[in-house]
Structures are given as structure tokens and as C-alpha cells.
Design a protein around this ligand. Structure first.
Ligand SMILES: *Cc1c(COP(=O)(O)O)cnc(C)c1O
Length: 222
């Protein structure tokens, strides 16, 4: 199936209120352009250098999302245009995004990455670390960013009940924060969960943003 067919089919299958982030890492600009021509406007990338190179050559109304591990020293490269950063995993990174966004007079949307998977290699805050961070932040401290929700990845496994469990944990934390730290904050509304192999489970567990690469663009070559 073509990229266009994949996008059309995926979009038609999504419930209202779920945003499709087309994860285009390792695919050439031509592939993104085909997705764009099929109506896709939200793209996710996981490396700053690759992202800035693509941003330069692709249409300016694309909404760029950063989804991979982000080093503080790369924030300045994406700060002029990035729409949402899904993968915030430290206070230091939050502060750097705020600082660089301020330089451009922008407000950048961020999601806090929550670690619930079994793999050690995955990034993010534990639920407790996330609570601590948020309770220690004063609301005025970071005026150039907007904390819009949480992001998380489930363990890479065929065990669907484990995946469901892990997504459920993230959703539970989201609900808790929404009714405490973020009470009355209309911006705290996104739950970024689900990739090609597990997005239907993520949607059942309340995801509002799915990050799909392989099911749109095919296998990546590393
Ligand atoms: C690569 C990647 C995806 C997309 O994965 P697919 O299995 O290709 O859909 C989603 N989220 C993150 C954080 C990624 O790095």
C-alpha cells in the first residue's frame, strides 16, 4: 500500500479527538511530501539534525513534533519552529526549552515523558518523580512553555494485557494530575500513547495522540 493509502485508511479508523502524528524519522523528505499531499500536517521526528534539515525543505504549515531523546544542547536548533516536544525527561530540559523558546518569543508545547515500561533503556520520569517535579515548579517559572500532557511508551512485547496495564498507569497519572496540579488548566489535555503495533490498545486507554511510523511509511532502514 502507498503512503497516501495508509494515511487515508488510518485516519478513517481513528475516533474523533485522536491526533495522528506521522513519525517520519529516517524517511526522506519525498516520503513526507507524499504524506503532506495526502492531507497530513502533523509530523514527528526523533533527531534534531534530521528534523531541522527536513523543516527547511518542506511546507511551512507543517506542525513539527519532537518525540525522541533530546539533548539540552540541541534545543536551540529546534526552538525557532518546534510545535510540541513529547519527550521531556528532566527539569534541566524543561528549563532549556523555556529559555530557548523565550529567545524566539515563542511558547512551546511540551509533554512529560513517563517511564512505565520494563525496558531500562526507555526514558522518562517515574510517576513519583513526575509528581515531585510538578509540585516543585511554580506556575510562573516557565512562561515560554505550556505543559500539555503526558507521553509514554509501553514495553515492546506481544503481551497485550501488559501493554494495556502500562498505558492504564499513564492514564491514571494523567487523570490525577488533571484534577490536582492542573485543575482548571484547559491546556493539560493530551495523552501521547501508541505506536504502530499497539495504538488500538492505547486508544482504548485514553490516548489523544498516536505516533505512527511503520504503518504509514513502511520499515525504516537504520
Ligand atoms: C519511532 C517512534 C515511534 C513510531 O514507531 P512505529 O513502530 O514505527 O510506529 C513512536 N514513538 C517514538 C517515541 C518513536 O521513537
Amino acid at each position: 500500500m502507498s503512503i497516501t493509502e495508509n494515511i487515508t485508511r488510518l485516519k478513517a479508523s481513528l475516533p474523533a479527538g485522536v491526533t495522528l502524528v506521522a513519525v517520519s524519522k529516517f524517511h526522506p523528505a519525498e516520503a513526507l511530501q507524499e504524506a503532506y499531499d495526502a492531507g497530513q500536517r502533523v509530523f514527528g521526528e526523533s533527531r534534531a539534525q534530521e528534523l531541522t534539515a527536513k523543516q527547511k525543505v518542506l511546507p511551512s504549515d507543517i506542525e513539527w513534533h519532537f518525540i525522541g531523546p533530546l539533548q539540552s544542547n540541541k534545543v536551540k536548533d529546534i526552538a525557532p519552529f518546534i510545535h510540541t516536544i513529547h519527550s521531556i525527561d528532566s527539569l534541566k530540559l524543561l528549563q532549556e526549552v523555556n529559555k530557548q523558546a523565550a529567545k524566539h518569543g515563542r511558547i512551546v508545547r511540551v509533554l512529560l515523558e513517563i517511564h512505565v515500561a520494563q525496558e531500562e533503556a526507555k526514558h522518562g520520569f517515574s510517576p513519583d518523580e513526575c509528581r515531585e517535579l510538578l509540585h516543585s515548579l511554580s506556575p510562573e517559572a516557565l512562561p515560554n512553555l505550556r505543559i500539555c500532557g503526558l507521553m509514554g511508551m509501553a514495553t515492546n512485547t506481544d503481551n497485550t494485557s501488559q501493554i494495556q496495564d502500562e498505558f492504564h498507569k499513564i492514564h491514571k497519572l494523567f487523570t490525577e494530575l488533571k484534577s490536582s496540579v492542573f485543575k482548571g488548566d484547559e491546556y493539560f489535555c493530551e495523552l501521547s500513547m501508541g505506536m504502530s503495533h499497539d495504538y488500538p490498545i492505547a486508544i482504548r486507554e485514553g490516548s489523544t495522540m498516536i505516533r505512527i511510523g511503520t504503518s504509514i511509511f513502511g520499515e525504516r532502514e537504520y
